[in-house]
Design a protein around this ligand. Structure first.
Ligand code: ISL
Ligand code: CA
Length: 543
């Protein structure tokens, strides 16, 4: 028996504020912009919103570098705007979760300023300093260490030079973080997504990275902190002291954690996290985000079968294909225009009919695709820009740029496409990041008027999900698992059975057996007979 919970029945929607909706024409999305689109989100069928960081920040990494946890980023609005947003979300019977970035802060955070100016104060030990750097590398290129003149020491930064890693070994710091979280929960928010939360505990002594592992993983040192010695302790402590008393929900962002470790982090009786985002399904084995290749949906199938069959009833899977850190999924699989519509819907079917909690990333409901960036000047992301510089040391500029294009996080960060007017209705001013011409054909307004659109499909599918609770808690039974390009499964409970049948390829595929039930929803308007058409995906109801 799976225990029931609101977040197991909810469909989440991730908002990247900077690119969602601008209310004042400065080209930057903001909180009032979000408020003006809450009816849209509600109409889509969304139950809960996850807001990427909106705290005060110098924006070296678009808000993932926090300067003040208790202040709203000036470009996004004020605390009054936030309070209004929260009230309006709740008035629409939706929930709001925020991003919690506590592996690191901005180097402009007052804790860090104190830590370097007053090393003997309590702040002196809030960050990770070392007399000599080790060989760890940063995820955003180069060494993971900054030389800090004031202290004559090095400070650890796993991400950008302006994102300094906090020292969780320090109990006062942990207490300070707990207090900050409570401060937000007191406001009435419903929970948090915890940024790179599996990185918070580093192996003591910060040993050198194993170079041979480094070769495989690209980044050096990860083995010493991606599943650190005190991770479970810190999470359990935080759950007991902070999350449980407020009945708050938590989903951890946990790159590199496979299923077994995910189980240990999320099993309900262990009281650590409610769910995690595991990323192994976003790239095929042996591939990284910056490789240009075609993603084979048969890999997604094998990944999902494994998780559905083995994650267990005490753990709730998260279901997502996109976020602000990854290129658009349709582009990864097949960028031929003729398949965009069916493929976008196929992904929706997988995401909304398996067991787990779906997280839809803004624009995914329109089938947004990778942007047509023309030059490095058009990119904004610190990861892309740093990597480009690094690659230019060893390869031609064009080659470096095409590698960046394959994996850039900016593909997902271009403005939300609201209509076919200038700047896609995102803003009246020039957006902070470019957008190509795609909004002229792909936008909310057009898709709402078109019954066959991806947007309307998402809307119908979310409604269907709410009408068939078997999707929340029922069993998942896969059939014909060995058959390439076919993904077929039943969802079953005591009262009903659904059958989902998907063609994972762009060719026609012979059907083994014609489904017996009633076709509830499909990405092809007309029913077919002996063949499944390219990327055909349908949901049937059996009795
Ligand atoms: O950056 C990576 C490797 O290229 C990822 O695996 C990385 O660990 C992951 O994307 C972490 O993401 C989160 O933390 C980052 C921030 O830049 C991302 O936007 C955020 O989602 C640092 O806060
Ligand atoms: Ca604005």
């Amino acid at each position: 028996m799976i225990l029931k919970a609101w977040w197991k029945e909810a469909v989440f929607y991730q908002i990247y504020t900077r690119s969602f909706k601008d209310s004042n024409g400065d080209g930057i999305g903001d909180l009032q912009g979000i408020i003006s689109k809450l009816d849209y989100i509600k109409e889509l069928g969304i139950d809960a919103i996850w807001l990427s960081p909106i705290y005060d920040s110098p924006n070296d990494d678009n808000g993932y570098d926090i300067r003040d946890y208790h202040k709203i980023m000036a470009e996004f609005g004020t605390m009054e705007d936030f309070n209004q947003l929260l009230t309006e979300v709740h008035n629409r019977d939706m929930k709001l979760i925020m991003d919690l970035v506590v592996n690191h802060t901005s180097d402009e955070h007052k804790w860090y300023q104190k830590a370097i100016q007053e090393p003997n104060s309590k702040y002196g030990d809030y960050y990770i300093f070392k007399d000599q750097p080790n060989n760890w590398t940063s995820f955003f290129s180069g060494s993971a260490w900054n030389y800090v003149e004031e202290r004559g020491q090095y400070a650890l930064h796993l991400f950008s030079k302006k994102q300094i890693d906090l020292n969780w070994e320090n109990e006062t710091l942990r207490q300070e973080i707990h207090d900050m979280i409570k401060w937000w929960l007191e406001k009435g928010i419903d929970g948090f997504r915890l940024d790179v939360i599996n990185y918070i505990s580093k192996r003591s002594g910060l040993p050198e990275a194993n170079e041979s592992i480094g070769k495989l993983m690209e980044y050096k040192g990860v083995e010493h902190y991606f599943y650190g010695p005190r991770l479970h302790e810190y999470l359990h402590d935080m759950k007991e002291k902070v999350f449980i008393p407020y009945n708050a929900f938590s989903v951890g962002e946990t790159p590199g954690i496979g299923m077994e470790m995910s189980k240990l982090l999320t099993a309900d009786y262990r009281k650590e996290l409610d769910m995690v985002f595991s990323f192994d399904h976003l790239e095929m084995p042996g591939r990284t985000r910056f490789d240009d290749y075609h993603y084979d949906l048969n890999y997604l199938k094998s990944f999902m079968i494994n998780w559905m069959e083995n994650y267990g009833e005490h753990c709730q899977p998260s279901l997502f294909f996109e976020n602000h850190d990854n290129p658009r999924m349709i582009s990864k699989i097949n960028s031929e225009r003729q398949y965009r519509n069916v493929l976008g819907k196929l992904l929706a079917v997988i995401q909304l009919t398996l067991r787990g909690t779906p997280f839809i990333y803004q624009g995914q409901e329109l089938g947004m695709i990778n942007q047509n960036f023309q030059s490095i000047e058009e990119l904004r992301d610190v990861e892309s820009l740093n990597l480009y510089d690094e690659l230019c040391n060893t390869m031609k500029k064009e080659e470096a740029f095409s590698k960046i294009l394959a994996g850039s996080r900016d593909h997902a960060r271009t403005p939300m496409q609201w209509n076919n007017q200038q700047y896609a209705g995102f803003s009246t001013g020039k957006p902070w990041i470019m957008m190509d011409e795609d909004y002229k054909i792909c936008n909310v307004e057009t898709q709402f008027q078109d019954e066959n659109s991806i947007l309307r499909f998402f809307q119908n599918l979310i409604t269907l999900r709410k009408e068939h609770r078997v999707i929340y808690y029922g069993e998942v039974l896969f059939i014909n698992q060995k058959e390439k390009d076919l993904f077929a499964y039943y969802r079953k409970d005591g009262t009903e059975t659904l059958y989902i049948e998907i063609n994972l390829s762009s060719s026609n595929k012979k059907r083994t057996k014609y489904p017996e039930g009633i076709r509830l929803l499909s990405n092809y308007a007309e029913d077919s007979s002996s063949f499944l058409r390219p990327y055909e995906a349908s949901i049937w109801k059996y009795n």
